[in-house]
Design a protein around this ligand. Structure first.
Ligand SMILES: *[C@@H]1O[C@H](CO)[C@@H](O)[C@H](O)[C@H]1NC(C)=O
Ligand SMILES: *[C@@H]1O[C@H](CO)[C@@H](O)[C@H](O)[C@H]1NC(C)=O
Ligand SMILES: *[C@@H]1O[C@H](CO)[C@@H](O)[C@H](O)[C@H]1NC(C)=O
Ligand SMILES: *[C@@H]1O[C@H](CO)[C@@H](O)[C@H](O)[C@H]1NC(C)=O
Ligand SMILES: *[C@@H]1O[C@H](CO)[C@@H](O)[C@H](O)[C@H]1NC(C)=O
Ligand SMILES: *[C@@H]1O[C@H](CO)[C@@H](O)[C@H](O)[C@H]1NC(C)=O
Length: 284
């Protein structure tokens, strides 16, 4: 076993020595540019509400040019205005109404982004739909197809389309996954399969997209968004908060901070991983 690892290590070293220059100096003085996204272009899907909205605003606050996209033009223009206010350079976001279930819309999203900004540095696959169906519901396979289209196929299509652009900027991709729920919801086969698919695709794509592009997943626990507030009563939210080691439901900015970290140079040696942001819920 140990011997195999050595052989593997030597093989990899020899193979990679042919294609990349193996660094020989230790970078004692290397300093990351950290949370400064000046000059960067960032596309976050589902950025007209919830976690995506806060993430886009945070990138704008940190100097990036951002795209605000979703299905509702009213929401998009509100978020775009607020993001512009936060920008240190008062950069105007690009607004794109798009339905990720439609492959043509996904194409247009990338096309307009590149036509407008000329490049892309960060793609955040955040948009997802949470439709539920049990094994006995007649609509199960329709629900499955609808969930797969938005939660899994659209991210993959986007990655395929932006690959050449991220290659030239040494860009980064963050896929929004989710923690495995502590109790199984029997209606959650479609969304559960999509979550696992997102996490697994990150592993495969980290290998396929290197060395220029990094890809990671962020797996949030329960996060206080308008849609969670609609779905759960205050009492139910309290009950969840009490189970969490950090004793509160997460805030969208807690997730945005993780996304920003993975997109930044601070994470330049991190690819193919999952960053769980759940206040410790999954360890109990
Ligand atoms: C971010 O970097 C740009 C140059 O790339 C610089 O002009 C700006 O002052 C920096 N912003 C912060 C907050 O450090
Ligand atoms: C778009 O969002 C606005 C504000 O959130 C809401 O009033 C409106 O009904 C939404 N439109 C559609 C078509 O969902
Ligand atoms: C965007 O689409 C137009 C029309 O099909 C095409 O001419 C243009 O080259 C596309 N731009 C990019 C960046 O793909
Ligand atoms: C699927 O059907 C069930 C049972 O009729 C219903 O409760 C559920 O809302 C439906 N799901 C969707 C996404 O339409
Ligand atoms: C990305 O860059 C690598 C070189 O590091 C190159 O081999 C590969 O063909 C490029 N891929 C695309 C899609 O541009
Ligand atoms: C991307 O990385 C390659 C290899 O490390 C480097 O040669 C190139 O200058 C980088 N490009 C940018 C835009 O940073």
């Amino acid at each position: 076993m140990y011997f195999n690892k050595i052989v593997l290590f030597i093989t990899i070293s020899i193979v990679s020595a042919n294609i990349i220059r193996v660094p020989t100096n230790i970078e004692h003085n290397w300093r990351s540019n950290g949370r400064n996204f000046t000059g960067k272009v960032v596309l976050v899907t589902g950025s007209s509400s919830g976690i995506g909205e806060i993430t886009t605003k945070e990138f704008s606050r940190l100097g990036a040019s951002v795209v605000v996209t979703g299905r509702n033009a009213t929401d998009i223009s509100r978020v775009a205005k607020e993001a512009q206010q936060l920008s240190p350079y008062k950069l105007k976001p690009l607004e794109i109404v798009a339905d990720l279930a439609k492959p043509d819309d996904v194409n247009r999203l990338v096309n307009e982004t590149i036509e407008t900004f000329g490049k892309l540095d960060v793609l955040v696959n955040n948009a997802a739909i949470g439709l539920l169906a049990t094994i006995d519901d007649k609509n199960l396979t329709d629900v499955f197809d609808a969930v797969m289209a938005v939660n899994l196929r659209a991210p993959l299509q986007l990655i395929q389309l932006v690959h050449p652009y991220l290659n030239t900027t040494n860009g980064s991709i963050i896929n929004m996954g989710g923690i495995r729920d502590s109790s199984i919801d029997i209606r959650a086969v479609p969304i559960g399969v999509a979550k696992v698919g997102i996490d697994y695709s990150v592993k495969v794509l980290a290998v396929a997209l290197g060395p220029r592009i990094r890809i990671n997943a962020v797996d949030p626990g329960p996060i206080l968004t308008e849609s969670l507030k609609k779905y759960l009563t205050p009492e139910e939210l309290d009950a969840i908060a009490r189970q969490i080691p950090l004793k509160r439901i997460g805030q969208p900015i807690d997730v945005a901070n993780g996304v920003v970290y993975l997109a930044s140079d601070d994470a330049r040696y991190i690819t193919g991983t999952n960053l769980v942001i759940d206040g410790g819920l999954t360890v109990i």
